[in-house]
Design a protein around this ligand. Structure first.
Ligand SMILES: C[S@@+](CC[C@H](N)C(=O)[O-])C[C@H]1O[C@@H](n2cnc3c(N)ncnc32)[C@H](O)[C@@H]1O
Length: 442
């Protein structure tokens, strides 16, 4: 069906919320996905496009059966902005929705569990310490913001409740800055990163910056006390404007740790939830002298160093060599170099695979593992990490679907899923972070 055949407004009955936090409904033979809708509601929705045969729409007027879970979205740019999906749902209901989605994925993979941990909630605003903002010139208007929910356009916005200060209110000054540069149309994006003591932004540019542009960026850096980086190509072209720009850092104060990171390193976006995850992983794995723990997908040492602090011997593996360099430095800065080893490896390499670009990880002689893979999950390599000596696995996941299919593999290897639950890393979005603790007894 062509887009034209969907009327501009549709009267719908919402059946459910999908994994993206979008309501689904039926219009004749066709599926409709409705942003800003909640299950059972009857409403009028405005169609905004079509994808994979389903109409895309935005809730306009609730005509009947308004959900008791509905709230007034705290952000004025919802539902247009693609940054959030669930602002129209009370926060407790968001947590319940995410936990229910996780249980569905576990059930789909026939994964049973012993204890469902209550969902761990987060401060709802100002939590997001990293973001990528789109930049676009529209006639004489300079836009800096998130992309629209159902399209590629940049939302005209002057604040964001999710971003950590000062970026939450920096949209207008950033747009003004870009508008003054000689090449505004050649700036496709800005990345923001907030550490505990310093903050930074990266201006991506597709054409060379003029001397006057560099001066303007320098003035912005001084005025807003934000370390500005420029990037003309891949991450290897990243340049700090100031030669004394420090690395960013965050503390894990319960463990007496401070970790440094660069604007381009992966860090868990929500400091509050990260601290809760690190605490839970430590409680579950009971690190102590003599215990050997592997941290797979270790990044800059976020889980490794707290485990080593309690006396365990920790080996971290990770594909990004810059992150491994940083993990080693973080270990040294925190007096933990003697208890940690960090190695570059492609963890998806299977033994015998001849096309390996990075070394293979030697995941043997370990008592416990932390797994924190990207969205694709652990995948086929998982079985090769499960030496008979491994009795505990703490699995941190950003995708409940791959978590559940990996959990089924762990169960086949004799583990039980002792504890599982969600940690709300991204309030108001549909993103689901999960922690599962697997144990193999006897
Ligand atoms: C979700 S992050 C976790 C990072 C770290 N555990 C933390 O808490 O900050 C996933 C990490 O996996 C790494 N990664 C992605 N693909 C990989 C691969 N094939 N082999 C090893 N590491 C990989 C990424 O560079 C990233 O640091």
């Amino acid at each position: 069906m062509s887009r034209k055949r969907f009327p501009p407004t549709l009267e719908l009955q919402i059946e459910a919320l999908d994994a993206d936090g979008v309501g689904v409904a039926q219009f004749g033979e066709k599926r409709v996905r409705v942003k800003g809708a909640l299950p059972d509601e009857q409403l009028i929705a405005r169609t905004v496009g079509k994808r994979k045969g389903a109409a895309l729409a935005v809730a306009e007027t609730i005509t009947d059966n308004a959900s008791p879970l509905r709230q007034t979205p705290p952000c004025e740019f919802f539902p247009r902005c693609g940054g959030c999906a669930l602002q129209h749902m009370e926060y407790a209901a968001q947590l319940a929705h995410k936990q229910a989605g996780l249980l569905q994925d576990l059930a789909f993979n026939n994964v049973g569990y012993t204890q469902l941990r209550p969902a761990v909630g987060s401060p709802q605003f100002g939590y997001r310490r990293k973001a990528r903002l789109g930049v676009r010139r529209l006639y004489d208007m300079q836009l800096v913001g998130f992309r629209e929910a159902f399209g590629g356009r940049i939302v005209k916005m002057d604040n964001c409740l999710a971003l950590a200060p000062p970026f939450d209110r920096l949209f207008a000054p950033l747009a003004e800055l870009i508008g003054k540069l000689s090449i505004p149309a050649a700036i496709p994006q800005i990345e923001t990163a907030a550490g505990d003591t310093d903050i930074a932004l990266v201006v991506r540019h597709l054409e060379p910056l003029a001397v006057a542009d560099v001066r303007l960026l320098g003035e912005f850096e001084q005025q807003h006390r934000i370390w500005v980086y420029t990037q003309s190509g891949g991450y290897d072209t990243l340049q700090p404007l100031s030669s004394h720009a420090p690395l960013l850092n965050y503390s894990l104060s319960e463990f007496g740790l401070n970790l440094e990171f660069s604007v381009t390193d992966f860090v868990q976006v929500n400091a509050y939830i990260n601290a809760a995850l690190v605490r839970a992983v430590n409680t579950a794995l009971q690190p102590r002298p003599g215990k050997r723990i592997g941290d797979l997908f270790c990044g800059i040492g976020n889980f490794s160093l707290p485990l080593a602090r309690s006396g365990a011997q920790v080996t971290g593996w990770e594909a990004a060599s810059a992150a491994i360099d940083r993990a080693r430095l973080n270990a040294t800065r925190n007096g933990l170099a003697g208890r940690t080893r960090f190695e570059v490896a492609d963890l998806y390499n299977l033994p015998g695979d001849k096309k390996q670009k990075l070394p293979i990880a030697d995941v043997t002689n370990l008592d416990a593992l932390v797994l924190d893979p990207p969205r694709s999950g652990a995948g086929p390599a998982l079985s090769s990490w499960l030496d008979p000596g491994v009795s505990d696995v703490a699995y941190v996941s950003c995708n409940p679907a791959t978590f559940a299919s990996d959990a089924a593999v762990l169960l086949k290897h004799g583990f039980t899923l002792d504890e599982v639950g969600i940690y709300d890393m991204f309030p108001h979005t549909a993103h689901v972070e999960t922690l599962g603790i697997f144990r193999r007894h006897g």
